[in-house]
Design a protein around this ligand. Structure first.
Ligand SMILES: [Zn+2]
Length: 304
């Protein structure tokens, strides 16, 4: 049996899976209180893991982590949301605690593997997974294996530049896909646009709110949502020209922005990709448990 951990920003999930079965033998989700640090989060998931594996002996641990990780050593570079994770040897800590091998990877790689094994990527041998939520990230499956890249930085489609003269991204470059297509940046752009034109700002703005306003006929919200969708479509089209995957799978909160968003993404990708290239863009099949299934898939991939 496999112990699967999903360490996110504000919530963590711990589950036990028996390969070959459809669901979970045990499954628990906890929310981190505000101000929680790495030590607190690690103790919380270890305690949960101990509880869930008391009567179910495990042979391996898979971990999806919300931030960059050195896949080989299992050491965390940093968390995007929680302080104190820098340099923590998460893999070996878990191995010492539970006495079984552990494999740790970043959540986008885990989710890509999860979709490939258990979700919308089943039946393919090559696919690109992209998640569009607070950030934009991705993972590649090539010839049935996760492609991590020479420096294990593959899949950073969020920093594909689509508007070289565009607004500044967190990474220091201009016009990155993430800068235009992620939920918080679309909300920021709408706020700035409304302020600049002296229009009312209707309450707290989020990516979801931008999509709702666009669907309700708000012109500026619609333009910003379309711009983000187009940026993503261009990035996907370019990536498809380069690697020619069988399928592209899109997941994350922003993909729930409605038909307008999907149309714009597909159209921009089609216009960017070579006319003769096959282009299949579909929604992710795994929902909140995608990283957890990915954690299971990380263990299975290692055994292959
Ligand atoms: Zn960037």
């Amino acid at each position: 049996m496999i112990l699967a951990l999903d360490l996110g920003g504000t919530k963590h999930t711990v589950a036990v899976h028996q390969p070959g079965e459809a669901g979970w033998r045990a499954h628990e989700r906890v929310f981190s209180p505000p101000g929680a640090d790495a030590q607190y989060d690690l103790e919380t998931v270890v305690a949960l893991g101990r509880k869930l594996t008391k009567r179910q002996p495990i042979s391996a641990i898979g971990v999806s982590f919300g931030g960059p990780v050195d896949y080989i050593s299992g050491t965390v570079h940093l968390s995007h949301h929680v302080p104190g994770w820098e340099g923590i040897a998460l893999g070996s800590r878990l191995e010492d605690t539970f006495g079984v091998p552990a494999v740790v990877d970043k959540d986008t790689n885990a989710a890509a593997l999860g979709e490939y094994r258990f979700g919308a990527g089943r039946g393919t041998s090559s696919m690109l997974f992209v998640t569009i939520s607070t950030g934009v990230g991705g993972g590649w499956i090539l010839d049935g294996r996760l492609w991590r890249g020479a420096g294990r930085l593959a899949g950073e489609i969020g920093h594909t530049v689509v508007e070289p003269e565009g607004p500044m991204c967190l990474c220091g470059k201009r016009g990155c896909t993430e800068r235009l297509a992620s939920g918080p940046f679309m909300a920021e752009d709408l706020r700035a646009g409304l302020e600049a034109t002296g229009l009312d700002i209707p309450g707290p703005l989020t990516g979801q709110r931008v999509a709702e306003m666009a669907a309700g006929g708000h012109t500026m919200a619609r333009l910003i949502l379309e711009r983000g969708a187009r940026a993503l479509g261009i990035a996907v089209g370019n990536a498809v020209n380069l690697i020619n995957p069988e399928r592209v799978i899109l997941g994350g909160g922003v993909t729930k922005s409605g038909e307008l968003w999907w149309q714009e993404v597909r159209q921009a990708a089609r216009q960017t990709a070579l006319p003769q290239i096959g282009l299949e863009i579909v929604p992710a099949a795994l929902t909140d448990d995608a990283p957890l299934w990915g954690a299971v898939a990380l263990v299975l991939e290692k055994d292959d």
